[in-house]
Ligand binder design. Structure first.
Ligand SMILES: Cc1ncc(COP(=O)(O)O)c(C=O)c1O
Length: 382
């Protein structure tokens, strides 16, 4: 676990806090891969879409990749540079609007290509991508829940249907199959695609190897990724694109919360102003237990507590942790590694307030960039 952040004593909670120094460290990894492998790197905004962070990412990255019209618009308006977009299917009118926002539009199936190819190709500045399901699995968490190549997955054209696509009119071969994968997954995907899809790769200008490359994890071997991309580029002469989300922002920020109540039922329970259900849904979905600065696993330190949110959902439990001193109302609990797939998934279930969005600058300045109140809750209810 990295060192605890130096936060001002009076931080209002709950708050998501981006740590600029840590983000810059992660951007340096991306810059190195980009430079040495000669590939493009996009930010997948589905994982992390914080406009206040974009000034610290823009110079390093080539642009953003979106999951649909709204994220594409965010990328265009707030990030700039290239805008890529992929969805398993587009809503009526969405592709038409996307032709005015995005530069690269990816389709999922021969059916989607058939529906939209001529619309996109009418603009010579736009590029068409197709997502292929290459049948390569390496998701390191969540099992089938996070494996795009799980049986009957709705993602990507399968080998059986690949020849129905109009190769020759397609610019980008796209394969997103990884999830929190280390270099063995990234390199395995590259080799798998090179071995099994060479005939198709020879017909496109670029190959997008998706996200899930966990490049900023200490046990990820960057050299191996760089070597594999270089070899792939040398073999096929194509542009290579990576579009990680989590791998760009892993360990770059926090969810700061406070203990607001204590309870006892067999075990000691502390209720927080942050919630698994509304503020960190992956804790329940994956599921996983987030790190807390200064805490250990249950039983490791003198005082153990179950930590939960104040929503009515019985399962709104973040986990069981232990602390050196007994917890009391008003204590601050700082969760680490809380930038990816956290605030982008927030809800206001139970009228739970949304955490502030804040930035911890390198000089120690704490900047709250957005707060939310009742209006945000009310607005979503129609
Ligand atoms: C098509 C596509 N690209 C990129 C990503 C980003 O993946 P990650 O945040 O795991 O790097 C995802 C995640 O679901 C995705 O579906």
């Amino acid at each position: 676990m990295p060192k605890a952040p130096k936060l001002p004593a009076n931080v209002a909670t709950p708050a998501y806090v981006l740590d600029v120094a840590r983000l810059k460290t992660n951007m340096a990894t991306a810059a190195r891969i980009r430079r040495e492998a000669g590939c493009k790197i996009l930010l997948a905004t589905k994982a992390f879409a914080m406009p206040a962070a974009f000034p610290f990412m823009r110079d390093t990255l080539d642009g953003t990749t979106a999951s649909g019209e709204y994220e594409a618009r965010l990328g265009r308006e707030e990030f700039g540079k290239e805008v890529h977009v992929y969805a398993p299917a587009y809503a009526p009118g969405e592709v038409e609007r996307l032709t005015k926002i995005a530069d690269h539009i990816y389709f999922n199936s021969p059916e989607q290509v058939e529906q939209y190819l001529s619309l996109v190709k009418a603009n010579p500045n736009l590029h068409v991508g197709v997502r292929i399901n290459p049948g390569y699995s390496n998701a390191t968490l969540g099992g089938a829940l996070y494996d795009p190549c799980a049986p009957n997955s709705r993602f990507g054209t399968t080998r059986e249907e690949i020849d129905q696509l109009p190769w020759g009119k397609i610019d980008i071969f796209h394969a997103h199959t990884l999830c929190e994968s280390r270099d063995d997954g990234s390199v395995g995907l590259i080799n798998h695609v090179a071995k099994n899809f060479s005939a198709y790769i020879k017909r496109v200008k670029a190959v997008n190897l998706g996200g899930g490359h966990f490049i900023n994890k200490p046990d990820y071997n960057i050299e191996k990724l760089i070597a594999a991309i270089k070899a792939f580029r040398a073999e096929f002469g194509v542009e290579v694109i990576l579009e990680p989300g989590a791998g760009l922002v892993v360990d770059t920020g926090y969810l700061v919360s406070s203990v607001i109540g204590m309870h006892k039922n067999g075990k000691d329970i502390a209720i927080l102003d942050a919630s698994a259900s509304t503020h960190m849904p992956d804790v329940l979905e994956v599921p996983y237990t987030p790190p807390i600065f200064g805490a250990g696993e249950a039983g490791a330190k003198a005082h153990s507590y179950i930590l939960g949110g104040k929503t009515c959902m019985t399962g709104d439990i973040i986990g069981e942790f232990s602390f050196d001193k007994p917890l009391k109302v008003g204590d601050r609990i700082v969760f680490g590694d809380m930038m990816q797939y956290s605030f982008v998934k927030n809800t206001t279930f139970n009228g739970t307030p949304l955490p502030d969005m804040a930035v911890l600058h390198e000089d120690g300045r704490y900047e709250v960039v957005r707060t939310y109140g009742y209006d945000e809750f009310r607005r979503r209810l129609g």
